[in-house]
Design a protein around this ligand. Structure first.
Ligand SMILES: Cc1cc2nc3c(=O)[nH]c(=O)nc-3n(C[C@H](O)[C@H](O)[C@H](O)COP(=O)(O)O)c2cc1C
Length: 381
């Protein structure tokens, strides 16, 4: 398999994974317009080419979320990595750590944060969905604290789940157990089946100790989704701020006014995100929303961004527009679905190389220099 960019990884994942899971990963909400805009809007900006600058030595490392990262991106929270490859959470975290960066584990994960901490050595963040059952939310927060997590992400754009039409068509939305029809479809992907069977029975790690959620992964996930607090509001951010002593990251903001509110509510960082176009279809791309949010916050609160990042140049544009770092979503999961941990490593390596070459051809020697030059490194189209 030739895998020289993220799109190659996507194609390979499509072949290896059962369609129901590939579509869940690949799809967006309703007409998928926002998902497409996340990609298309990168071309609203062009990169400034500068020449005859000594770029023999280059440095991609940069600080965000209280850590030095060897590259200006990390692996963001994506649910059920363990469905794309056996022990997917552990494999992805190891690939991130090997590259000198971090992974943020989703609440909806097969590995619990404690298990991930035991099996890996690098930096780990945790993403929380606030549940109606505040006692259980506190238990999950305690798991993150016990695992030494420093950055807790509160995802705020999913209180109501949108409709992803591919999932409706595939029957994924209502799935609570694997019936004979689905089993027959899964059997068409023997490599994936073998990988899954070796990894053992999957569970939602964070709530596996709670029998009322059921036993199988699908049943647990469906109960947990129903338990997400639909009334989530700024009051809950205050509730969480009072409970979480570490860095609080609010993920899923797209509006400057909300960004200001997040800062006032004590967020240390925000993630400009539209959930990869999986929630409010018809809203703006994240790269288009980023500059106004950077201007609104005027420093003090770190700004990360995700949504549609598939090329090194995309990451360079976001950094020039004022992001401290970028979260990868589908990009690394395509790698995981294509070839497990090795696939994630390949995606990280390709993006790293693309950023390195892009910067050098722009006459920049480091991410630090890019951040200093800022918007001057770009030209609007
Ligand atoms: C299959 C899938 C599952 C996701 N699960 C979560 C999740 O559990 N928590 C969360 O905060 N974001 C979740 N996200 C959103 C990602 O963190 C991120 O915002 C989005 O994928 C970025 O867009 P991109 O995939 O186009 O890069 C998920 C995204 C995908 C594609």
């Amino acid at each position: 398999m030739t895998l020289i960019n993220v799109e190659d990884a996507r194609r390979a994942a499509r072949r290896r994974l059962p369609r129901i899971f590939f579509d869940y990963l690949d799809g967006g909400a309703f007409g998928e317009e926002t998902m497409a805009a996340n990609r298309a809007d990168f071309s609203r900006w062009t990169l400034r080419q500068r020449v005859l600058v000594d770029c023999a030595r280059r440095d991609l490392s940069t600080d965000f979320l209280g850590r030095r990262h060897a590259v200006p991106f990390m692996l963001g929270p994506v649910g059920f990595l363990g469905l794309y490859a056996g022990h997917g959470e552990v494999q992805a975290a190891k690939a991130a750590h090997e590259a000198g960066t971090a992974l943020c584990l989703s609440t909806f994960s097969i590995a619990s944060i404690g298990e991930l901490r035991e099996k890996t050595t690098g930096p780990l963040d945790f993403q929380l969905y606030v549940l109606n059952d505040r006692g259980l939310s506190e238990e999950i927060i305690a798991q993150a604290q016990a695992a030494g997590v420093e950055n807790l992400y509160l995802t705020v754009d999913t209180a109501i789940t949108s409709v992803r039409e591919r999932d409706v068509r595939n029957g994924f939305r209502s799935l609570t157990r694997v019936g004979p029809g689905l089993l027959a479809k899964l059997a068409l992907h023997p490599r994936w089946c073998l990988d899954m069977s070796r990894a053992g029975t999957p569970r939602v790690g964070a709530i596996a100790h709670r029998p009322e959620f059921g036993t199988g992964l699908l049943e647990q996930a469906s109960h947990l989704s129903r338990g997400i607090d639909k009334s989530l509001s700024w009051r809950d951010v205050e509730w969480l701020r009072a409970r979480w002593p570490g860095r609080l990251v609010i993920k899923g903001l797209l509006d400057p006014e909300d960004a200001r509110r997040a800062k006032a509510a004590g967020a240390d960082a925000i993630v400009v995100s539209n959930h990869g176009g999986r929630q409010l279809d018809g809203t703006s791309s994240t790269i288009a929303a980023l500059p106004a949010i950077v201007d609104a916050l005027e420093g003090g609160t770190e700004i990360l961004v995700d949504g549609g990042f598939r090329r090194g140049a995309d990451i360079v544009k976001a950094l020039a527009l004022g992001a401290s770092g970028v979260l990868l979503g589908r990009a690394y999961v395509y790698g995981l679905g294509a070839a497990g941990g090795a696939g994630v490593k390949r995606v990280i390596a390709h993006l790293t190389e693309e950023i390195d070459i892009t910067l050098a051809l722009m006459g920049l020697t480091s991410v630090a220099e890019l951040k200093n030059v800022g918007r001057e490194a770009l030209r609007p189209l």
